[in-house]
Design a protein around this ligand. Sequence first.
Ligand SMILES: [Zn+2]
Length: 248
Amino acid sequence: MLLAKSTWPEIEAFLGRSTAVVIPIGSNEQHGPTGLLGTDWMCPEIIAHEAQSGADILVAPTFNIGMAQHHLGFPGTISLKPSTFIAAVGDWARSLGGHGFTRIYFLNGHGGNVASIEAAFSEIYAGYSFSGQRAPFACRLKNWWDLNGVTALANRQFPSGHGTHATPSEIAVTQWAYPDAIKAANYAPQIAPNGPIREALDFRARYPDGRMGSDPAQATPEKGGELVKLAASSLISDLAAFAAEPPV
Ligand SMILES: [Zn+2]
């Protein structure tokens, strides 16, 4: 069930069946010469939408702008500062928490978001701790590649040249969902260099075409479909375990 395609009475009725909600969260940022700018928000959205097509779970609108300051040297990247992002994540969670959702599950598609999402959870909880109140909801962060079995499958599909940015696995997922948007390029070198992440001009100098350690030419829609099916079924299990955590 998609929140954006539901009415408020339908959400009120859903709350009678479940108080868990999934929020796909990612980033709009460069993904090398062939990866779509939306890759990092598309992947968790694709997986969450696939999961809700076969299960009675609720998926909120995708939080599609993340903490991507290091990619701002490439046209099309849109980023929030960590402080802005942390504040926005808190407002999203408190909005839903105020309606009775007790389990707020962020399915993340961008490694650069992780520190700020964790900080956002701490800010949320701190608000209750400092006022001596119980938090009415709990938050969970899961990167889609950390869903059960997904990294193992990606390692089998891409034993070398997976890398950490503009990876063949994430590009394969978008190829499966959006076959009309598949791009091609000659990669030089075939496998991109790896190294640290600092500010945007340093990033562009180290990684001239935007990739980190990856060979996206290995991506295929078929491999993407395998990843989506596995990730969607693992998401359903992981969400069920989170939802079943006993209240304290
Ligand atoms: Zn990515």
